[in-house]
Design a protein around this ligand. Sequence first.
Ligand code: MF3
Ligand code: CO
Ligand code: CO
Length: 348
Amino acid sequence: MIGRASLAAARRLGRALSWEPMQTLSHAPVVLPQANEPCWCGSGRKYKRCHKRSEGRVLPGVVSPVRTVPATIGRPPYADTGEVVRWDEPRVKTPDVIARMRVAGRLAAEILRLAGERVRPGITTDEIDAYVHELHVERDCYPSPLNYHGYPKSVCTSVNEVICHGIPDSRPLQDGDIVNLDVTAFYGGVHGDTNATFGVGDVDPASRQLVRVTEEATWHGIEAVKPGRPLSDIGRAIEDHAKQYRYGVIRAFIGHGIGEQFHSDIQVLHYYDSRASMIMRPGMTFTIEPMISLGTWQHKMWDDDWTAVTADGKRTAQFEHTIVVTDDGCDVLTGGDGAVSPTAPWNR
Ligand code: MF3
Ligand code: CO
Ligand code: CO
């Protein structure tokens, strides 16, 4: 079968053969061509039909071999098979489950903070993964992403236009990147899930504003949690804030119920939809994790079937907390002292 890629390769080859003399630049020059001028690489194709679409984009690197977790550490059921078998888990947790989730949440928050302190230009996302893996093992935690539906690493590392589920690889972080680290720790039979977006070196003002506003939107969502109210209040609060900056709220990825299972059936949309009518009850546990972009809310997937990127290639940021609904609002199980985003920014 001839796929699109090989047709494109054949076309490139044909053009290259009729293009004399052939230039062979392997790196983009400092001054880039206009869209309709020939590409800098010497293919003979217009720049807009050749390298323009990948310029400045994140490229996949090499993924290192799978890391192992000592057999003495308690593992979730999918750890050995990669298969996730869901069961009916009560949405309202018992005090015992909530107490264990507080511990898992605090551990996840601490690991996220320590991992974030390692972010700097030149470190590869694989090196961050190795460190996050070690931080889990030191704390007798299982890193929940590892082998979840076959996911190959212990943390998700999502750079620039990568929305979520970026797989750590050999790509060094570059000065000016933004990177989200999404940590989920399994401890005491329950999961704690939290993430934050970090700047790498000197970040441009537009990206810094995106990160700030995304953290604010997350806390607006958290402050909308009230028993007796529908889940749609959360999405409304987040979307209202993002809209003031004309940012896009990603739709394809949502917050989720969490507890003994990594993902259970509560769905937390980050935009307003009247159908999100489930009523919040004290003892419910779920995540709030909006992904907000400088452009479109639409996404596309890399061929690895994990990495989600913005359809327009613009940057996107995310923050995530695991919360429990209380009698008058919620407790943030992954917040508080020692967390990257401990409280609402306006309460600090
Ligand atoms: N931590 C992510 C979330 O917030 C899920 C990652 S699933 C993985 O829901 F398999 F990619 F790790
Ligand atoms: Co989550
Ligand atoms: Co997460």
